[in-house]
Write a protein that binds this ligand. Sequence first.
Ligand code: MRU
Length: 346
Amino acid sequence: MSAVPQPLSDHDSVRAVQWQRDRLRLLDQRQLPQAEAWVECRDAGEVAQAIGDLVVRGAPAIGIAAAWGVVLAAQRGDAIAQAVQALRAARPTAVNLMAALERMQACVAAGADASALAHEAQALQDEDLAANRAMGAMGAALIAPGSGVLTHCNTGSLATAGFGTALGVIRAGYAAGVIARVYADETRPWLQGARLTMWELARDGIPATLIADSAAAYLLHSGQVQWAVVGADRIAANGDTANKIGTYQLAIAARHHGVKFMVVAPSTTVDLATPTGASIEIELRGPDELLGYAGQRTTVAGTRAWNPVFDVTPHDLIDVLVTERGVIARPNGAALHAVFARPARR
Ligand code: MRU
């Protein structure tokens, strides 16, 4: 199985999940942008730990990493069921993790050995990259020349097999010359926007302006932005969409100001088994992310903190859902059923 990344197109130089025959290399996203350090995982437990610790993050990327975790378990002769259980438990909200593991388990059930499982994991990774490129083109085609866009969290090559979902639309739109201004929310508290999206865009030569999350409504009011473009961690059967905390308030502000709201996600993020957003488990992380910054306490001792790291945007606030299967305007249960209730073509 090759560890050499595929040829990189313009404005797309990062590959954060790299398979190397008997180990998984992950670009350590906890350390960006200060350091470009890599973590090597040699068994499924180490992959599960890396997912839980946010060494690797972003819905598609954690699914891909988990698939390689199953390959490591098979190579080492470890119990697959136990490996799958640990990987599945690493994070609760992004359904791509569960979808990838189910796909690998189906191969195991069909008698696949470690080498066949490696081919499946590579196929999963390659399909994600292809989906992102397709979504990038479709999403960019919706954006009128001269537009400004605002994105939230990090949905780029760091969060996927490459190119990105919402950030893929921004890459494609910038390359096509239709996007005139890119704004990124800093994405408190883990700062995926400030630390990761700004790093990725700077590295790939796409000029962008960082804003505080709390500046978003004022920016939308200014008329500088025509599209808010975000990713997703789980899209319920009725179109309700879980994504990074802060997405919901951005959707409300976008609707209020007449700014279009686009969700970009591969079909592996759509979960028809989850009827509405109310059934999506929202990950709560520890309070430390809120109580301090860079090791320095920023609030008084004894402060309690509530730290949900995702929220749910109701489907009626979403103008467009872009997946690799096409563009769905005003996504709802009927529209999603029509597109996703049939098996994927591979
Ligand atoms: O907690 P994270 O950083 O894994 O959350 C990531 C997001 O919410 C992304 O928007 C989502 O996973 C889509 S990534 C293509």
